[in-house]
Design a binder for this molecule. Structure first.
Ligand code: ZN
Length: 187
């Protein structure tokens, strides 16, 4: 099953602290392959393992730079170092979305730059220096591994709106998911 269902806000695994990867085995390679396929099918620019129900510290990303250079990969057991977040009003340029809160976008101020340190599928360490949206994606996906969804970080009135959406959709409790490529969701 290459493309897997994406869990929606409320499922326990999304809100738990994910576990370090210890076994760099075929099971991990299968998981990462399915994560890439699920991210591409959604489509999305990032996907964390808890979003498909696996509580491991793994995320994938795909966000080419302005020159079209590929920035696609997997980060396992990552650390993230960020510059302090600016204190400012949000603008529409800050609108963020999440495959586990599909169909909605809300503005959130993130750190402008980030450094990601992680290992790849072979366990080899690498470092990525990120800014702008790429830095935002890294912060968003890293948060997922600590049980934090971006909607948890919203200020009012956006938090209130997100809560309204959850009530209306029956989210915020376990058991909701959607299937990329099958469910017509504008994630
Ligand atoms: Zn997300």
């Amino acid at each position: 099953m290459p493309v897997r269902p994406i869990l929606i806000y409320g499922d326990d695994v999304l809100h738990d602290h994910a576990t370090e990867v210890r076994d760099f085995d075929q099971k991990l390679r299968d998981l990462v392959r399915d994560m890439f396929e699920t991210m591409d099918a959604a489509p999305g620019v990032g996907l964390a393992a808890p979003q498909i129900g696996v509580g491991l510290r793994v995320f994938v990303y795909d966000y080419p730079d302005d020159e079209g250079n590929e920035r696609r990969g997997v980060a396992i057991n990552p650390s993230l170092f960020i510059t302090p977040t600016e204190v400012r009003e949000t603008t529409s340029a800050d609108d963020e979305g999440c495959l586990s809160f599909p169909g909605e976008r809300y503005p959130l101020v993130r750190s402008e730059t980030a450094i990601l340190r992680a290992v790849d599928l072979e366990g080899a360490p690498f470092e990525l220096v990120c800014d702008g949206w790429f830095a935002r994606i890294m912060q968003h996906e890293f948060d997922h591994l600590n049980g934090i969804l971006y909607v948890d970080r919203l200020d009012d009135p956006f938090m209130k709106d997100a809560e309204k959406v959850m009530r209306k959709s029956g989210w915020g409790k376990p058991g909701n998911s959607w299937m990329p490529g099958e469910d017509d969701i504008d994630a």
